[in-house]
Design a protein. Structure first.
Length: 230
């Protein structure tokens, strides 16, 4: 009788430990699934991605699952703080959500000194510093080649991350400039003079008034040339 009593006590003592071990194993599996999902979703991002996942509440997943399926909730975005859903695809049907936070650490181009609007940026105007992209609003330049040679469309304060919308390509054609309109095709080539009605960077569409007063659209090229679109 005493032995039977001890066995019952032992069973009750071990049961919570077994449950805890099972919960820890389930939580670890879910975390691994979530982290793999986030790593895959962020593989295109520049720099180093740091993933911080919270331990899931396994009370929402009462039974173990052989086929856990991660997903991004409707309207969700893998950026900053977000949640990843995990649903069980086999007979142990359940769905839970795991809070996740990521940092995207990469080198970001900053203004090394004040840059006035309209200035064409040179190497001495910029400096690269490590930063967390998540904490910087807007699309920023991460490569000096995205910045050097471009023209500032607004004032850039010293130490400010440079955003791509604050830059434009330098104009190769100015408003009012005399340009040469060219058109080529199978067996022919036409060239005439005209006046640009707006400034344009290389590759941009610009309107030109020819000598008869007709307005023609073409593609701005270097050297004061505008290619007529066919």
């Amino acid at each position: 009788m005493k032995i039977k009593f001890l066995l019952i006590v032992l069973v009750y003592a071990l049961t919570p430990m077994a449950a805890t071990a099972s919960e820890d194993s389930s939580a670890s599996t879910i975390l691994e699934v979530v982290n793999d999902f986030v790593r895959n979703e962020t593989r295109h991002l520049p720099g180093r991605v740091i993933i911080k996942s919270n331990r899931p509440d396994t009370r929402q997943a009462p039974h173990s699952c052989r086929q856990p399926q991660p997903f991004l909730p409707a309207g969700g975005r893998v950026w900053g703080k977000f949640s990843v859903g995990v649903r069980c695809q086999d007979e142990a049907t359940w769905t839970l959500y795991v809070p996740v936070e990521i940092e995207v650490i990469t080198r970001v181009v900053h203004a090394a000194q004040p840059v006035s609007m309209g200035k064409q940026l040179e190497a001495q105007d910029i400096v690269s510093k490590e930063a967390d992209l998540v904490r910087i609003p807007g699309e920023v330049a991460t490569d000096p080649d995205q910045v050097i040679g471009k023209v500032a469309t607004t004032f850039l304060a010293s130490g400010q991350p440079i955003r791509t919308h604050q830059l434009r390509a330098p104009h190769v054609i100015s408003r009012g400039q005399k340009v040469r309109l060219t058109a080529t095709g199978a067996g022919f080539a036409v060239s005439m003079e005209g006046e640009a009605l707006a400034a344009a960077a290389a590759g941009e569409v610009v309107q030109v008034r020819n000598h008869t007063g007709r307005i023609i659209s073409g593609i701005a090229r270097t050297g004061g040339v505008v290619e007529i679109k066919q």
